[in-house]
Design a protein around this ligand. Structure first.
Ligand SMILES: [Fe+2]
Length: 196
């Protein structure tokens, strides 16, 4: 995990982004960034049960990322934006949720996030998984294989929670497409995935 930048206070890290989640979710989502300036990005793939083969239904995937300036910015007029807590921490406005159907598929349309102004971390999209009946847990960030900040040392330190988050982007119809299949529980400590 990383220490995001928002003003002088770090943003909230970890699996705590389910507040503000709409009651009804689909397998596709479009973030508020879609209409903003920046390379359009499609994050997509299949979520599998721990056997790696059976599509996992009714799994919520929560994501949030910085804007093009590498900042988590709360936008009060944006309904899904997270208001800062007492410490000024927020996931910002560029966040959302999907819920898988029987085929386990998900698709998130957004823009490619910028790098923290400190340039000490690769650009990334945070992700949290919520399985039915279990407590939510974070998985490896989505990161980009072509990012010069994704150094060998950073790659070595990855936990590969639910599989690698490294995306090999492919350009398709004016979109950058990053495919990632997610295997529930893979490399996730038992305690982090316990039943509620
Ligand atoms: Fe971050």
């Amino acid at each position: 995990m990383t220490t995001p930048v928002q003003g002088t206070a770090p943003a909230i890290d970890g699996p705590d982004g389910l507040s503000g989640m709409p009651a009804s979710l689909g397998w596709e989502d479009m973030s508020p960034a879609w209409d903003q300036e920046g390379p359009k990005l499609l994050l997509t793939g299949t979520i599998y049960e721990p056997d790696g083969r059976t599509p996992a239904a009714n799994v919520i995937l929560y994501y949030y990322h910085t804007n093009r300036e590498g900042r988590y910015v709360h936008i009060p007029s944006e309904p899904r934006s997270m208001p800062p807590n007492d410490l000024g921490q927020t996931h910002g406005a560029l966040r959302g949720w999907v819920r898988t159907g029987p085929d386990g598929r998900y698709a998130i349309r957004t823009i490619r996030p910028g790098t923290y102004p400190t340039r000490d971390e690769p650009a990334h999209v945070h992700a949290t998984i919520k399985e039915p009946g279990r407590i939510e847990y974070y998985i490896d960030d989505f990161v980009f294989d072509d990012d010069p900040l994704l150094t060998p040392a950073k790659r070595q330190r990855m936990e590969n929670r639910c599989g690698s988050g490294v995306l090999h982007l492919v350009e398709r119809d004016g979109l950058l497409v990053g495919e990632r299949n997610i295997v529930l529980g893979l490399n996730v400590p038992h305690a982090a995935r316990r039943y509620r």
